[in-house]
Design a binder for this molecule. Structure first.
Ligand code: HEC
Length: 102
């Protein structure tokens, strides 16, 4: 009985996780503009630019805001980040953090 409860709870968590990834349409749409440079998966082998798939959402969000405010130096990301609102940044950060299985 206890095992069944745990299995059910795990399944529920899994489904909820998938659902929230699916619902993040804004993050997915914005994210599609990033793959060209950042690679489609953590096995892309790309060293430059850095791999962001599976990075913590908070790290991505902080990085994009710092690029946007020019408080973190960049060649490209400053210009890209300036196109996005706080909500866009939160959505795309959330999206990338849910990819890559880590
Ligand atoms: C034209 C290529 C290009 C595109 C498109 C691009 N990036 Fe980047 N990204 C870079 C480069 C290059 C860096 C290293 C910093 C710099 O020089 O701008 C970087 C750095 C980053 C970092 C810091 C990662 C770290 O480990 O420090 C994050 C987060 C990031 N990009 C997120 C994004 C997101 C989100 C998008 C889509 C909205 C995006 N990037 C689109 C080229 C790109």
């Amino acid at each position: 009985m206890k095992g069944t409860m745990i299995a059910a709870a795990t399944a529920l968590l899994f489904v909820t996780g998938l659902a929230s990834a699916e619902e993040n349409l804004r993050g997915r749409t914005i994210g599609s503009a990033c793959f060209g440079c950042h690679g489609a998966g953590s096995d892309s082998g790309a060293a430059i630019p850095p791999i962001i798939v599976g990075a913590p959402a908070q790290f991505i969000e902080d990085s994009l805001k710092a690029f946007r405010e020019d408080s973190r130096p960049s060649t490209i990301m400053g210009r890209i980040a300036k196109g996005y609102t706080d909500e866009d940044i939160a959505a795309v950060a959330q999206y990338f953090s849910t990819l890559g299985g880590n």
